[in-house]
Design a protein around this ligand. Structure first.
Ligand code: IPD
Ligand code: CA
Ligand code: CA
Length: 264
């Protein structure tokens, strides 16, 4: 099934790369979110292939062409993660494919077609980038860390929108990036390119594959309370090299504490 998922990621990536070289049509979804014809074409390719090969598997896919059924196996598909980057011509986007068995991650594949970087992992078998084993960084403290994060699409009307956390953490770390593809952000933690990522407002397809790739590279992946990450669990995630995890969770808790003091 890993070979099948890798082949699909390459095929979808080829379609996305071709789309990046021409004008594509798009429509607004909600808030700042958009969907392009390439998101839809990539999803149709992936979902069509899974349905043909594994007709008894469930599929959760971002653009709505999934199939719900009772099955031990569920695929999580983000046909194009980083759509706004794609639309603006900023080459930070990917396709993300994960497979769960009994709701636990079994395999994950993230392909960045612009850098030809294929990240993949199978549970218990390590994480790889183009065949090379991945390990998280060794950065020992938050103060020396390069982190990444994200901003939710509904931030305009949702006051709990990560802006306070970004402001607080900006003064505690070496620096923060907002690359715009949660799947690639988690792969960057796995590859030791960044030391940690935190975000809220995430969906299972954003993090299904990247979460497993990070875990298999030795990352600690939890929710904001420190509970183990579950792909179909809540929308908040923290992934780090492990060494800075407690410090990052404490910083997020401090913002929560300050917010509740203000509200009371
Ligand atoms: C988005 C990206 C972004 C994250 C958003 C996601 P999309 O996915 O992963 O980095 O901050 O929460 O929705 O819409 O480009 O597939
Ligand atoms: Ca996404
Ligand atoms: Ca997407």
């Amino acid at each position: 099934m890993l070979d099948f998922a890798i082949d699909l990621a390459y095929r979808a990536g080829t379609l996305i790369r071709a789309g990046a070289e021409r004008d594509v049509s798009y429509e607004p979804k909600q808030y700042a979110d958009v969907v392009t014809e390439v998101d839809r074409a990539s999803e149709a390719l992936i979902v069509g292939a899974i349905r043909a090969r594994y007709p008894d598997h469930a599929i959760i896919a971002e653009e709505g062409s999934g199939v719900s059924m009772s099955s031990p196996y569920t695929w999580l598909i983000d046909p194009l993660d980083g759509t706004l980057n794609f639309l603006h011509g900023l080459p930070i986007f990917c396709v993300s494919i994960a497979l769960l068995a009994y709701n636990e991650p079994l395999l994950g594949v993230v392909y960045d077609p612009m850098r030809n970087e294929l990240f993949y992992a199978e549970r218990g078998r390590g994480a790889f980038l183009n065949g090379r084993r991945l390990r998280v960084s060794q950065t020992p403290t938050l103060a020396r860390s390069l982190l990444s994060s994200g901003l939710p699409y509904d931030r305009f009307e949702q006051p709990d929108n990560n802006l306070a956390e970004l402001t607080h953490l900006a003064m505690l770390v070496q620096d923060i990036r907002r690359p715009g593809s949660a799947a690639l952000d988690l792969c960057a933690v796995a590859a030791g390119r960044t030391d940690g990522h935190w975000e809220l407002g995430l969906k299972p397809w954003d993090v299904g594959a990247g979460g497993l790739i990070a875990l298999e590279a030795g990352a600690t992946v939890t929710d904001w309370q420190g509970e183990p990450w579950r792909p179909l669990g809540g929308d908040r995630l923290v992934a780090t090299n492990g060494l800075i995890h407690a410090e990052l969770l404490a910083a997020l808790a401090e913002v929560r504490r300050q917010r509740s003091l203000k509200l009371s």
